[in-house]
Design a protein around this ligand. Structure first.
Ligand code: PEP
Length: 248
C-alpha cells in the first residue's frame, strides 16, 4: 500500500505572527513529493495560518475542539468554527490534553464524533507512559484508547482519520523511540484496526510522534507502517521543519 507521507506540525502554545510568516514563506515555495503537510498553530492564529499557507499540499489544523456544537462553554472552540475558517484537520486526544486537562478516552471519543460530524479529518493521538511500556502494558493501553473511539464512531469512521502514535516518554524529551520500536508498535495498531476492517487498516495513515527531527525522520519514514510524523519542538524551527518536509 502506497500511503502518502504526512508531516504534521503541532505548535502547542507557541508561535506567533512572525512564525506563521516565516514558516509559510519557507514552506510555500517547496515541491512536495507524495507528501501532505499539516500545520496546527494555536487557535488565535488559525485564520491567519489558513491565509498564509497557500500551497496546495499544506493544510491547517487545530489542536483540539470542544465536543459540543456551540453554547456557553467559555474559552472553547467548536468544530463549526473550524468549518467557518476553512480549517480541515484537528488533533484530538493529545497526551497533553489528556494529562493537563483531564481528557478521558470517553471525552476524546465524543470529540472525535463531533469533529467527524462536521467533516473534519481527525488526527487521533494514542500513546503509553514509560511505566506502562516497562510493565508490558503498551498494547493493552493503546487498545483501550483506540477501543473507546471504535465503540463511539465505529471502524468506518477511521476512513476520515489519521492515527498518531505518540509514546509519552518520547514527547519533548529529545529521545525518540527507535525506528524498530516505533515500527513494531505501528504494526500492532494497524493490526488491531485490521481485526475490524483490513482495507481501512491498510489505507489509514499512522504517524509517529515523539522527538522527531531532521536527523531521525528519514529512518522513521522508511518503516513499513510509519506514514509520517506529528512534530512538536522541531516544527517551531523553520529550517529544521523544512528539512523534515523534504525528507524522502
Ligand atoms: C507532540 O507533542 O506532539 C510531539 C511529538 O512533541 P515533540 O516533537 O516535541 O516530541
Amino acid at each position: 500500500m502506497n500511503r502518502k507521507i504526512i508531516v504534521a506540525a503541532n505548535w502547542k502554545m507557541n508561535g506567533d505572527t512572525q512564525l506563521i510568516n516565516d514558516m509559510s514563506a519557507a514552506l510555500n515555495q517547496l515541491t512536495y513529493k507524495n507528501k501532505q503537510v499539516i500545520v496546527c498553530p494555536a487557535a488565535p492564529y488559525l485564520s491567519q495560518a489558513v491565509s498564509a499557507f497557500s500551497h496546495p499540499d499544506i493544510a491547517v489544523g487545530a489542536q483540539t475542539i470542544n465536543d459540543r456544537e456551540s453554547g456557553a462553554y467559555t474559552g472553547e472552540i467548536s468544530a463549526l468554527m473550524l468549518n467557518d475558517l476553512n480549517v480541515q484537520y484537528t488533533i484530538l486526544g493529545h497526551s497533553e490534553r489528556r494529562t493537563h486537562f483531564g481528557e478521558s478516552s470517553a471525552l476524546v471519543a465524543d470529540k472525535v464524533a463531533e469533529a467527524l460530524d462536521k467533516n473534519l479529518t481527525v488526527i487521533l493521538c494514542v500513546g503509553e507512559t514509560l511505566a506502562q511500556r516497562e510493565q508490558g502494558e503498551t498494547e493493552a493501553y493503546l487498545t483501550s484508547q483506540l477501543q473507546a473511539v471504535l465503540d463511539k464512531v465505529g471502524i468506518k469512521a477511521f476512513e476520515q482519520m489519521i492515527v498518531a502514535y505518540e509514546p509519552l516518554w518520547a514527547i519533548g524529551t529529545g529521545v525518540s523511540a527507535s525506528a524498530a520500536v516505533a515500527q513494531e508498535t505501528h504494526e500492532f495498531i494497524r493490526g488491531y484496526l485490521a481485526s475490524y476492517d483490513e482495507t481501512i487498516a491498510n489505507r489509514i495513515s499512522i504517524l509517529y510522534g515523539g522527538s522527531v527531527n531532521a536527523g531521525n525522520c528519514q529512518e522513521l519514514f522508511s518503516q513499513t507502517d510509519i506514514d509520517g510524523a506529528l512534530i512538536g519542538g522541531a516544527s517551531l524551527k523553520v529550517e529544521e521543519f523544512k528539512n523534515i518536509c523534504l525528507a524522502e
